[in-house]
Write a protein that binds this ligand. Sequence first.
Ligand SMILES: *[C@@H]1O[C@H](CO)[C@@H](O)[C@H](O)[C@H]1NC(C)=O
Ligand SMILES: *[C@@H]1O[C@H](CO)[C@@H](O)[C@H](O)[C@H]1NC(C)=O
Length: 809
Amino acid sequence: MKETEVTESWNHIFIFVVHPIIIIIVFLYSINLTICDSISAPSDTILLDCGSSGESSYNGARWIGDIGSSFLLPKYSKSSSTLSVLNQYHKRVPKIPYSTTRIIHSPLNYTFSFTRSLKFIRIYFLSASYLNMNPSKAYFSVKAGCYTLLSSFSPFVASQELNLAYFTKDFLVNVVEEKLNITIIPSSLISNAFAFVNGIEIFSVPSTIYFPVSNFHVPYLGHQELNISDHQYALEMLYRVSIHEVENVFGAWVEDSGYLYSSLHGSVLDSRIRPLSITYNTSTSFDFNYSAPEELYWIARTMGSNQDANMEYNLTWSFPVDSGFKYLVRLHFCEISMEVTKVNQRVFKVYINNQTAEERMDLVALVGAPFVAFYKDYVVMVPRESERRRNMSIALHPNIASKPKFADAILNGIEIIKLSDSNFNLAVSFPLKEEHQKKKRKAPLVIVLACTSAVAFALFIAIYVLIHQSCKKQNRENLQVLSLNATRENYKNMQVKMTSGHQCYQFTLAEINIATDNFKEDQVIGEGGFGKVYKGIINDGVTPCAIKRCKKGSHQGFKEFQNEISFFTFCHLNVVSLIGFCQEENELILVYEYMANGSLCDHLYKKQNQPLSWNQRLKICVGAARGLHYLHTGTRQSIIHRDIKSANILLDHHLVPKISDFGLSRIIPFSSHTHVTTEVKGTFGYLDPEYYKRRKLTEKSDVYSFGVVLFEVLCGRPAVKRVEVEEQSEKVGLAEWALHCHQCRSIEHLVDAKLEGKIRSDCLVAFVEIGIQCLSHRSVERPTMGDVLSKLEDILSLQESFEDQEITM
Ligand SMILES: *[C@@H]1O[C@H](CO)[C@@H](O)[C@H](O)[C@H]1NC(C)=O
Ligand SMILES: *[C@@H]1O[C@H](CO)[C@@H](O)[C@H](O)[C@H]1NC(C)=O
């Protein structure tokens, strides 16, 4: 009994006293190493443009052609050929190094002389049919020193998997000699295989970025313990994923949304609030250029504010990897929520490949404070299986065993790095399946050809053509399957999102075609940046609806489409309802209830409509204010519309106003009482000046825009108007004009000529007053939508009593 207690207390001493000291020592040591290494880094960069000659400058970098260079022995120049390719390709393909290539039919060596250090090696590939050779015959290995970087590698297959015509493969290799050979070997597994390479980039990097300093223990999700020491491994940098795009010396990190696997995607916590200062955990060495850039920690993905829903799912990312290798998984964390500042407020589990990597991840407890950036490494074995590719999953789930304040989880970035195996391989050779089948089918035909007549020869030709075509077709089908799956994935996400709200119907494209008479031009009722809006009839020709068709290929359109769908989980008389959507054959279509009277601006100045009475205008303002107040406060989270304007306030056949267009809307969690910082979006003339200057988005930005709408209603003129001032055309903002008139006590100049004599003077004063308050430069001085609403209701009842009097008189 006693003995165990003694050992336990020694354990405690180790954990709390000795361990931190070791960490600090290791840290100091690594800083030292990092500084030394980074000084030597830039001097030995090589950018080799394969298949070209001389030097060329591109995007600020100096590339050297491999023809006649010291890196390639003359004998290799003879056994390979070079080719220019770009003219067949899209303008978006970077000219260097992709416009030239070296085609290789027998093993070829590039030799580089170097200082010894850890090298980053990037190899550039553009999959194309070079010299009309079948791109699927490009099948080869690449070695760097004793390491096999690629084996049985098919750029054609890789480019299909990535859905990119050009791409790079990135490696880290510890070079222990003063030179490095990069050898490219066409595969012997298939006949007439060739190799090609478009470019090679090499530079030195600090040795500590991924290799922990000497035998540092890394948690290993497998059965045995694992020690990594720095020169037994070569690495392939497979995935560097962040929540928003960031960049470091190795290039851009990719947004995580393409790898999200769970049906729910949580929410993005954006805390680019200045002065937000992130500090760095001292137990991991940070070098912003080489490891994660600082911006990575500014934005995180959390599970979302619906804590009951969080308990029901794992926030999961999934990455295809090769089976039979170990991977270094580096997870980046930073607690950036204003609410989570103490221990036991956000505690979660981390699973990697369904194994528990962390049972109790409490960032504040782990690093001692919020706003501390931190990463943690895990080594994961993915066992060899019959399937070459497998998915590596990373999942987060709340741990509520100790009753933390929030049932939530948070993550800022993921890196997945493949480790070479004990035979210095980063890849194993895997024969292409189809190739074997092809050979089998061809062999008997060749025999027939050899021993019989020209009839058989003709037969051979015929069958060959058939096979060839069917292969081509199969390839096309494979591509289709790929894109179909992607669409299905999108459907799945949307459907899950929508089940939480009211019923939303998924239309087929055929139904939409019928509803709009094949998108007939005379059915167009509106047009915007996203595309056209058509009037349609659904439900067997009874219910009118508005059908918004996003422009094809617009990335912005797709984002706004998703946004619209995810925001339509609420239902209010003064908010336009979404009836359904359609996503088919590259079409993104939203179907809304039909608003017979079009937009508010049509009635104020845009079209020759019967002018609205002051009473009608007040009622519209009250209704719109109700809708906006509901968005700000009536749902679980506060929704900021971000694009309030008279064109987005629609009127039904009874002139009931409804707020529409949620393409730019953002959610702000209630409890946070903060704002989000974002890119400035909205419409000129309605844009909150404070939001514009500081990118600080709050509900008050909508209040400002609503103030502009109030003056549009009063003045009957647009938010921005061209006026002739001393023979010059100038754009004058309605907001400034209103403020000017208010200051000069000449508010009667603001009144629409059509309303003259129709407005009670105390109503006018009160209306201008609330409008001016909405336009306050400082957001804190603006009223809330609730205040605006009750003020407008008072003005309306005052006006109504006035009109009643008029009638009785
Ligand atoms: C993890 O579990 C899921 C669901 O049971 C399964 O589909 C997936 O293949 C598993 N992954 C691994 C690596 O075992
Ligand atoms: C989350 O993932 C773990 C590991 O795969 C699994 O055991 C657990 O059941 C999952 N939880 C939910 C709610 O899906």
